[in-house]
Design a binder for this molecule. Structure first.
Ligand code: ZN
Length: 143
C-alpha cells in the first residue's frame, strides 16, 4: 500500500559544489548548512570517479562498485529527509563515459566532484524520518 504526506514548496537553493569534494558529502553539507530537513535535489556536472551502490534484495545489503574514470553527471535525482535527527541526502545518479555509455546507481560516498551544479528545493508541511523497514531491510520513511 502506498502512503504519502502533503508537502509545500518552501524555497530553492542553487549553487555549485567544490572541485575534488565528495559529491554526497557536499550535498549533505548544503542541506545541513541551509537547515533543509525535507526536500528534493537535482544536479548535473561531471565527476572524476564514482562509487555506486546496488541493493541486493536477496542478501538485503548494498553492493558497491567503483567506476574509476571521468564521467558526465547526466542526471542526479534525490531527496532530503531526516535520519538519526540529521538531514540525509538519498540520491541516484546516471553517469556517462566519453563514448556516452551510461552507469548508474545509488550515490555512495567516494564519488569525487569535477564540477557540479545543483538545485535543492526545500519542502515543508511534514517531517519524514528514516527508520528500519522490516520487509526490505532499508532505512525507509516512517509513515
Ligand atoms: Zn538508493
Amino acid at each position: 500500500m502506498a502512503t504519502h504526506v502533503d508537502v509545500k514548496h518552501s524555497r530553492r537553493i542553487m549553487g555549485r559544489l567544490g572541485h575534488d569534494k565528495d559529491l554526497l558529502e557536499e550535498l549533505t553539507a548544503v542541506a545541513a548548512g541551509e537547515g533543509v530537513t525535507l526536500g528534493r535535489v537535482e544536479a548535473i556536472g561531471a565527476v572524476k570517479r564514482a562509487r555506486l551502490g546496488y541493493y541486493n534484495q536477496e542478501e538485503r545489503e548494498y553492493e558497491f562498485h567503483e567506476v574509476d574514470q571521468p564521467m558526465e553527471i547526466i542526471s542526479l535525482l534525490g531527496n532530503v529527509s531526516l535520519k538519526d535527527g540529521k538531514p540525509m541526502v538519498h540520491a541516484h545518479v546516471t553517469l556517462a563515459d566519453r563514448e556516452g555509455r551510461a552507469f548508474g546507481g545509488h550515490l555512495a560516498p567516494g564519488t569525487v566532484v569535477f564540477a557540479c551544479e545543483f538545485v535543492m528545493q526545500a519542502l515543508e508541511g511534514a517531517e519524514l524520518k528514516r527508520a528500519h523497514d522490516d520487509p526490505t531491510g532499508l532505512p525507509l520513511w516512517e509513515m
